[in-house]
Design a protein around this ligand. Structure first.
Ligand code: SAH
Ligand code: F3S
Length: 480
């Protein structure tokens, strides 16, 4: 089965701490990547200062904001269906309701949204959330409002996000926005603009605040975290124009990781997503140096065929990727590695597909997210390449690699049998209210009897059994 980070979290509506004097009601829900969920927390923070408390009840909402995803056609269709639902609620139950669209679809479709979807009053792109107070004022006066301007320097570094639907243990911290990579299949560079990095001081401040509030794990977020570069502000692509002083004091991703690891030595640190062409040996060595940086790398490759990698504008070869995997395994032997794969990219032959299969056999990923190619309007592939792999072939190839990944996951998960792993407890297990569920540093889910432990505890667990995706074990009491 196709499984994505997106779909795990699809359509979560969010509730935040209520401010006493706030009178209006906001229903906010998010689709897509972790960055969208993180952005919704920034939006919630801005809206709380505009007199809005959140609600989970559409029927009483004064304002509905939906944070949207454009990555595949299916993601956009899901949002269109939600708009139909809002329409029905507005027509039958809640005529005062206003609807705003945020995120990548807002940026991609711009004013077309207002024309195509009569229900929509407000369209706001990912860099324009600070303009929400003005835009809401327009809507209040009965006008439609739109801001889809992409920014050179907006990182929302000065806004303290309101943590939504939080478990109080794990949190996302954005470190870069946008992407300069221009993979030919990908809409993100068009919807999220050019790449820029956030001031390390504001990142460290957020990490410290999270620790003070009891959080135990953070995930540093960006479309391409390894490309992080702070030289005093500005776009990554303008770094060449920086002065000598700025260049000498610049902070790259391994530098940032080290700063985070040192400022909170007990906080678990994760990051996502890595791009093979930018993941340096320095980063891998920094991971090895600090115990609190988790040994897991999400390293999407998309295809194992050199021909397809080139057509995708992925700036590395199959061989270079394999060398990178070898380096990770040598420097951090117990590091888990996960993938994203696309099957059925234009011109992909059976031979190309077999290269993907053999690459997966070589790496034996711990887990992965696999997709059939979805043509996106405006991208290089969308404009210049015919979507020529028939749907049945795409589906068959997807099923083949999903099955292969499950077999690999099983092999990798079994390697932990009878070993002791450190688990950070996040929540009750979905399958049993007598078990806790948490993750190991390798990002593998582990369940075990609750005993006297609590959410937020680090527990050593002896693994006694497993499925392909989950470790099952018993907590080992600490010897005093
Ligand atoms: N660097 C980003 C990638 C975002 S897109 C990150 O932070 O994860 C997530 C995944 O969606 C990609 O790695 C790719 O496997 C998949 N994807 C992107 N565009 C796609 C398309 N047009 N069709 C199918 N899958 C796509
Ligand atoms: Fe998309 Fe490639 Fe950037 S997948 S987000 S263009 S690294």
């Amino acid at each position: 089965m196709e499984k994505t980070i997106d779909e795990n979290k699809q359509g979560q509506s969010l509730v935040l701490e209520q401010k006493k004097d706030n009178k209006r009601k906001l229903f906010i829900e998010s689709y897509g990547c972790a960055m969208n969920f993180s952005d919704s927390e920034i939006v919630a923070s801005i809206m709380a200062n505009q007199g809005f408390n959140t609600t989970q009840n559409l029927e009483e909402a004064d304002l509905v904001l939906v944070n949207t995803c454009s990555i595949r056609d299916k993601a956009e269709q899901t949002v269109r269906k939600r708009l139909e639902k809002y329409n029905a609620v507005k027509r039958d139950l809640n005529p005062k309701m206003k609807v705003g669209v945020l995120g990548c679809m807002a940026e991609r479709l711009k004013t077309k949204f207002l024309e195509e979807e009569k229900i929509v009053d407000l369209v706001v792109g990912p860099d324009a959330y600070k303009d929400l107070p003005n835009l809401i004022a327009e809507v209040d006066q009965g006008r439609e409002a739109i801001n889809v301007i992409l920014s050179k320097d907006e990182t929302y570094g000065d806004i303290s996000p309101v943590r939504l639907n939080t478990n109080g243990v794990t949190a996302f911290v954005s470190i870069t926005r946008g992407c300069d990579n221009m993979c030919t299949f990908c809409v993100v560079p068009f919807t999220r603009g050019r790449e820029r990095s956030r001031d390390p001081q504001s990142i460290i401040k957020e990490v410290n605040d999270l620790w003070d509030k009891g959080y135990k794990e953070i995930t540093l977020l960006g479309q391409n975290v390894d490309s992080y570069l702070w030289y005093g502000g500005g776009l990554k692509k303008d770094f060449e124009k920086a002065n000598d002083m700025q260049k000498a004091t610049a902070v790259n991703f391994s530098g940032l990781l080290e700063l985070c690891a040192k400022s909170q030595p007990k906080m678990r640190i994760r990051f996502s997503t890595s791009n093979p062409q930018d993941l340096t040996l320095d980063v891998i060595k920094t991971m090895a140096k600090f115990d609190n940086i988790c040994n897991h790398i999400h390293l999407p490759v998309q295809s194992g065929s050199d021909k397809i990698l080139k057509a995708m504008n992925r700036l590395h070869t199959r061989k270079e990727y394999m060398k990178l995997i070898d380096n990770i395994r040598e420097i951090i032997p117990n590091c888990s590695i996960s993938q994203d794969m696309i099957v059925g990219f234009p011109t992909e032959t059976e031979t190309d597909f077999k290269d993907t299969v053999s690459l997966m056999d070589y790496v034996k990923y711990n887990f992965g997210y696999m997709f059939t190619y979805s043509e996106r309007p405006g991208t290089m592939a969308g404009r210049n390449m015919e979507d020529d792999v028939p749907e049945e072939i795409k589906k068959r190839r997807l099923q083949d690699i999903v099955d292969l990944q499950r077999a690999h996951s099983e092999i990798k998960t079994k390697e932990w049998l009878h070993k002791t792993v450190e688990v950070l407890i996040e929540k009750e297990s979905k399958k049993s209210n007598t078990q806790w569920s948490g993750r190991t540093p390798q990002n593998i889910v582990c369940v075990f009897p609750k005993a006297h432990y609590n959410v937020g505890d680090f527990v050593n667990v002896k693994v006694t059994d497993c499925t392909s995706a989950t470790l099952i074990g018993e907590a080992i009491p600490l010897v005093q």
